[in-house]
Design a protein around this ligand. Structure first.
Ligand SMILES: [Zn+2]
Length: 503
């Protein structure tokens, strides 16, 4: 076993190949940030503070640019945030571009007039170094593209393939998995809910040596996911996501005594990630606080997921930050979080919650901004919402969304008219926390009885290398953000009783 080594970023070719040609350096902006930091040191009037809460040194920079008269809801302005954030990649929790993305977001919130700080915290980072996967069947041995399931155990080996279908309990128990490499055909219901969340841990319990899974993306694209429960260093076996065509070949090979060979070089190390927290005080006319959140980590470019949500966060911060304080009767907190894609129970709002338990009883609303806009392509998927619900092809709105809320009828009642007004077709689901798209975000908040909202949608390209800005319609993004703006404008003036009313 080689000695552990720390690397600043994935160094090996197969990591970097994923990003070739997609990473545009933003030298001028970074130079500006550096100048702003120096200016603040001279003025000693920081409106933007990097807190010293983790292993990172404290630093301060000034807000720099004022928002001015720009319309925060303008399609091109919002889309500009998408493009800028997407230039930071990979935005994996604890990796260098995630830190830079956090600094970029903090600057945007600070420019919007919010009291903003970056709050670093230590966590168990998964450091991915390199990997390779091969299939051996009647025609010989060949390399197969893959991407490791996040946070899985390093290792290498060769094993007989066994096809376990969808990887359900019955399918796993039906065959001897001891020492085998299991092949799982994953689906994503509504493009979001993976059908195999527990398969990884269960297959390992039953003796599997490795797992290969596909997850319902088109064109043999690889769609990474994490498993339902992340045990970090104690995750048992290597696992890899694959494209649908490659998994079909693995399944065919499994029928004919084929084998898989794999090598995953990765390790858990102590790392640092960060929340970006912007505070916008209200007039105090009403008690309570509204918490608006977006995760800014991503798989690969992450345009829909979740540069659109972050663009919404900035747009809403700019809008509410520009209002006279009399129009903000209660406080608002805007927070950008990471680690959403590293696996429950870590990441998302977990760190903020652990440090702000005293604020929870005072929260009157939690909004998770995630997946706000994308060109329609649901029908490519065999499991899109249209197919799931049998809706007709001709639609009154341009996209199919789900509006997840806690069981506070005022949330839907307040939000739905704006969805109609802005042409955003949504299926209302008063289900949080029992059913939600994100256990680490609205799921966690709903479990604490905080009224919570998540208006979301997904396309077959999300989580793949093709979740890119060219798939985001600026005008649709603007409508989605304006619907949130109007919803929040109503909610901010409602009493706690009105928001929580069962009627
Ligand atoms: Zn997301």
């Amino acid at each position: 076993m080689s000695a552990p080594r720390l690397v600043a970023a994935p160094q090996k070719d197969n990591v970097l190949e994923l990003f070739e040609g997609r990473s545009a350096p933003l030298v001028s902006r970074r130079a500006f940030l550096g100048r702003a930091a120096m200016a603040t040191g001279a003025l000693a009037l920081p409106s933007f503070i990097i807190a010293c809460g983790g292993s990172e040194p404290a630093a301060m920079i000034d807000s720099g640019v004022a928002v001015g008269k720009a319309d925060p809801m303008a399609p091109e302005r919002l889309f500009g945030w998408v493009k800028e954030l997407c230039a930071f990649q990979p935005r994996w929790a604890g990796y260098p571009e995630e830190r830079r993305a956090g600094e970029w977001l903090a600057q945007r919130l600070s420019n919007a007039g919010l009291q903003t700080q970056i709050e670093p915290y230590g966590f168990r980072k998964w450091e991915l170094i390199d990997w390779e996967t091969f299939l051996t069947d009647g025609s010989g041995m060949r390399a197969v593209n893959s991407f490791p399931m996040w946070s899985t155990h390093a290792g290498q080996g060769t094993a007989e393939l066994v096809d376990v279908g969808f990887g359900t309990e019955v399918e796993l128990l039906a065959q001897d998995l001891q020492g085998k490499a299991v092949v799982v055909t994953g689906k994503a219901l509504l493009n979001v809910f993976a059908t195999y969340p527990d398969t990884y841990q269960r297959a390992a319990e039953l003796g599997a040596a490795a797992m290969f899974v596909t997850s319902d993306a088109p064109d043999n694209l690889i769609r990474p996911t994490s498993s339902s429960q992340n045990y970090l260093d104690d995750n048992p076996i290597p696992a890899f996501q694959m494209g649908a065509r490659d998994i079909a070949e693995m399944r065919a090979a499994a029928r004919n005594g084929g084998t898989a060979t794999w090598r995953l070089n990765a390790q858990h190390v102590d790392g640092t990630t960060r929340d970006v927290v912007g505070f916008l005080p209200g007039s105090g006319e009403l008690d309570g606080t509204l918490l608006i959140c977006a995760h800014y980590d991503a798989w690969f470019t992450g345009a829909l997921d979740n540069a659109t949500g972050v663009a919404g966060l900035i747009g809403l911060a700019e809008h509410f930050g520009s209002l006279p304080i009399e129009q903000r009767p209660r406080d608002m907190i805007f927070v950008g979080v990471t680690g959403h894609d590293t696996g429950f129970p870590y990441g998302g709002i977990a760190n903020w919650l652990s440090k702000n338990q005293d604020l929870v009883p005072n929260l009157d609303l939690f909004v998770n901004l995630d997946h706000l806009a994308a060109y329609g392509e649901e029908h490519i998927s065999g499991a899109g919402i249209i197919d799931m619900l049998g809706l007709m092809i001709e639609r009154p709105g341009d996209e199919e969304r789900a509006l997840f809320t806690t069981k506070h009828p005022a949330l839907q009642r307040t939000f739905l008219p704006y969805l109609l007004q802005y042409g955003l077709l949504a299926v209302p689901l008063p289900t949080v926390p029992e059913v939600n798209a994100n256990r680490d975000l609205e799921g966690s908040m709903g479990a604490l009885d905080v009224p919570s909202v998540n208006l979301t949608m997904a396309t077959p390209h999300y989580h793949t290398v093709e979740d890119t800005p060219d798939r985001i319609p600026p005008e649709q993004l603007s409508r989605a953000v304006r619907a949130h703006r109007d919803f929040l404008t109503d909610i901010i003036g409602m009493s706690r009783q009105q928001i929580r009313s069962p009627l």
